[in-house]
Design a protein around this ligand. Structure first.
Ligand SMILES: *Cc1c(COP(=O)(O)O)cnc(C)c1O
Length: 354
């Protein structure tokens, strides 16, 4: 007898980093920003009228789109917004990756890409990073169904220059190239200019890391007006009202406070560089990180041991057991100076006690 279970869309879901319920923990495991969002965000949220919640939000998200367009000096027709960049990326996979040829992305990268590809039945091939965790441009030369690469890459933090991506984009008029710039604000080059020159490149950004608004869920994409139109058509065929009234107001306020934004990002970079020095002194190695996390391996003490010992002390970092060649690494998000000092002290203790 046949069962309904045979026609279920089966997927292995993405596993997000742990969100511990305890309040007195040092949370360095999901690349959140340790600082609060701009004070203007609180004002904007407080000034949303309760009566406005009675009505549906603006389905076109016009105010937020126009604020993002102004910030990046592009036209509103070049901007698409969604519920975090995960929503924007998922919608982009659905819209643009519809070929029988495989979509290409690195083997060590954001672990949601293969999940969306499986969910949408998109064929894909993962290209191995080299021994220094760098992307090999020669892996991205043959015709394919699409390309998606984060820059800087996650969880390695390694960034490539714009010229690296321009070569890939120019070589692939047959497909859309998505550049996921979740961490670009922490010091690497942006590929936004490529979106003016090529109609097949989509740059995706998020408010979750550099803008300290992971809890609001705001992401966006910038690309040619034609790409954005196709994306919007898919979005309006799925759910018209993805972003709520309060979040739309918060998103405008954040992007209009550039002084605050730049100051907090600079704070994170200073702390990151301090943390790198301390980790080196303690016997860690890591690829050069241009993001708000460091992907580090200790010369003698195993990552699982350090991870568990840190957890006992209320300090959460991220450990990926797969693929095997990254099982010795810990991904450490950059917190405040105090948090990183406490982290370094604990690591010292753990290594000494081993
Ligand atoms: C965090 C992250 C995202 C998702 O961000 P949200 O906007 O919070 O959905 C996307 N891509 C990469 C590489 C990330 O690290």
């Amino acid at each position: 007898m046949s069962s309904w279970k045979e026609s279920v869309r089966r997927v292995t879901p993405y596993t997000p980093g742990e969100q511990p319920k305890l309040s007195r923990v040092i949370k360095l495991n999901t690349n959140e920003n340790p600082y609060p969002p701009s004070p203007r965000v609180a004002e904007a949220i407080a000034s949303v009228s309760m009566d406005s919640l009675r009505k549906y939000p603006d389905p076109g998200c016009a105010d937020l789109i126009s604020a993002i367009a102004d910030y990046h000096s592009v036209d509103s027709s070049n901007v698409f917004v969604g519920v975090g960049s995960d929503d924007v990326l998922a919608m982009s996979f659905l819209t643009f990756f519809n070929s029988d040829k495989p979509v290409l992305f690195p083997d060590i990268t954001y672990s949601f890409y293969d999940v969306w590809a499986d969910l949408f039945r998109i064929p894909y091939v993962q290209k191995p990073l080299d021994a220094d965790f760098k992307i090999k441009s020669s892996d991205y030369t043959s015709p394919c169904g699409g390309i998606v690469i984060p820059n800087p890459n996650a969880p390695t933090g390694v960034a490539e220059p714009v010229s690296f991506f321009e070569n890939i984009v120019a070589a692939h008029p047959e497909c859309v190239v998505i550049i996921d710039e979740a961490y670009v604000d922490f010091g690497s080059q942006s590929c936004l200019d490529l979106t003016r020159k090529y109609d097949n490149v989509l740059v995706v950004r998020t408010y979750s890391k550099s803008r300290a608004m992971a809890g609001n869920r705001i992401g966006y994409a910038i690309g040619s007006a034609e790409l954005i139109k196709y994306l919007s058509d898919c979005k309006f065929s799925f759910n018209s009202y993805t972003m709520d009234t309060i979040t739309l107001a918060a998103g405008v306020a954040s992007i209009q406070d550039d002084d605050y934004f730049k100051a907090r990002v600079a704070d994170v970079i200073v702390t990151r560089e301090w943390t790198k020095e301390k980790l080196l002194e303690l016997g860690f190695t890591f690829p050069e990180s241009m993001s708000n996390f460091i992907f580090a391996k200790h010369e003698s003490v195993g990552a699982t041991y350090i991870f568990e010992e840190l957890k006992k002390r209320g300090i959460f970092v991220r450990h990926f057991s797969k693929p095997a060649r990254i099982a010795d690494y810990l991904r450490i998000s950059i917190g405040t100076d105090e948090e990183m000092a406490a982290f370094i002290e604990s690591v010292k203790e753990i290594i000494a006690g081993r």
